[in-house]
Design a protein around this ligand. Structure first.
Ligand code: G4F
Length: 331
């Protein structure tokens, strides 16, 4: 039974990846922060399933900046594969807490690379890198060779971590993979990211539970795919014979306004009646034209996104309607 260790297991990607790895017959170990509550988390069902928790799924308390406890978890879990997904992942917030963003996103990755090198059996290592490393890119679409030009503290810390993974791979032979993840969303997305915020608001307004939706720059564009597809890419990348970097993206750009239009159309409302711009949600700088070229992932891993932008936003909005109506949704 292969053994995997996931940092950030309670997040959107961590929960989908856990389900995938359990289906593939893995024993899954997850690192959770002491402050995390599992009860209302995305792992709730698995955590409360006596056939799963304590049998094929194990959770360990540890902080990424506490090497002693993390080393202990590594010893207990003895993983064949590590999926490093944890970190401060909100770009806007990274302007407010740049130091801790760099500590949690950049330095924590380096610390992990150092620790795994000391293991008797060195596990394969997946790092969730980000399209934010490209910032204001010189070429369109971006691929694995596009130079890094981050424009915010989050992107800069991810660029540092991505470089470190390459350095440990090229210098010390670690099987380290950077998955350069473009935006990926789902009904499990955190509420402060724009797609979930919009889908939730459209549903809440429809149900009379909210009056308006305040947003920042609605002309901003992103390459948005479904998180379920992207975690499959993570897993596939560690099964390949060689350690490589991969862009995971759809190759299609949509604006925040497109998200608004699709979500409000799903609930038959006119967005112009409810959506307002609010300076508080504008960012000091915006990355530009972040759109990925997933050709390499397709060629080497046979990876392709399977859910369209339209279907994803529709699904997210419909699930919000059910949730706000008090229905339990296993998404
Ligand atoms: O949903 P967002 O906050 O995602 P962002 O900044 O693109 O970052 C996400 O994707 C990256 C790439 O995969 C990850 F590295 C990162 O960790 C995170 O998962 O914002 C998307 C766009 C931005 O241009 C933002 O300025 O939406 C714009 N926006 C407009 N109004 C807003 C809002 N974003 C948020 N969060 N809230 C708003 O009200």
């Amino acid at each position: 039974m292969p053994r995997a260790l996931i940092t950030g297991i309670t997040g959107q990607d961590g929960s989908y990846l856990t389900e995938l790895l359990l289906e593939q017959g893995y024993q899954v170990h997850g690192v959770v922060r002491r402050t995390s509550s599992l009860d209302r988390s995305r792992l709730h069902d698995l955590y409360h399933d006596p056939n799963v928790y304590g049998k094929s799924l194990f959770l360990h308390y540890a902080e990424l900046d506490d090497a002693t406890t993390f080393r202990r978890v590594l010893g207990t879990a003895s993983p064949d594969e590590i999926y490093h997904l944890a970190g401060q992942s909100h770009v806007g917030l990274s302007f407010e807490i740049p130091e801790s963003t760099c500590k949690m996103t950049g330095m924590a990755t380096l610390r992990l690379l150092e620790m795994i090198q000391d293991q008797e059996k060195v596990p394969r290592f997946f790092h969730a890198a980000s399209s934010e490393i490209f910032g204001k890119p010189a070429e369109l679409p971006q691929n694995e060779k596009t130079p890094f030009k981050p424009v915010n503290p989050y992107g800069a810390s991810k660029a540092f971590a991505t470089n470190m993974v390459s350095i440990y791979r090229n210098t010390f032979g670690v099987f380290g993979v950077n998955g350069i993840m473009f935006n990926h969303e789902s009904p499990r997305r955190g509420e402060n990211f724009v797609t979930r915020k919009i889908c939730r608001a459209a549903a809440a307004i429809k149900l009379g539970k909210q009056n308006e939706l305040l947003l920042g720059d609605t002309s901003a564009k992103r390459d948005w795919g479904h998180a379920r597809d992207y975690v499959r890419g993570m897993w596939l990348s560690l099964q390949h014979t060689t350690a490589e970097d991969y862009v995971f993206a759809t190759g299609h750009l949509h604006s925040v306004q497109d998200v608004v239009d699709t979500a409000f159309k799903t609930v038959n409302l006119n967005p112009g009646d409810y959506v307002r711009q609010d300076q508080r949600f504008m960012r000091p700088t915006e990355p530009q034209r972040l759109v990925g070229d997933p050709t390499k992932a397709k060629r080497l891993l046979n990876w392709e996104p399977s859910t369209s932008f339209h279907d994803m936003i529709e699904e997210m909005t419909q699930i919000e309607m059910k949730r706000l109506d008090g229905e339990y949704v296993k998404d």
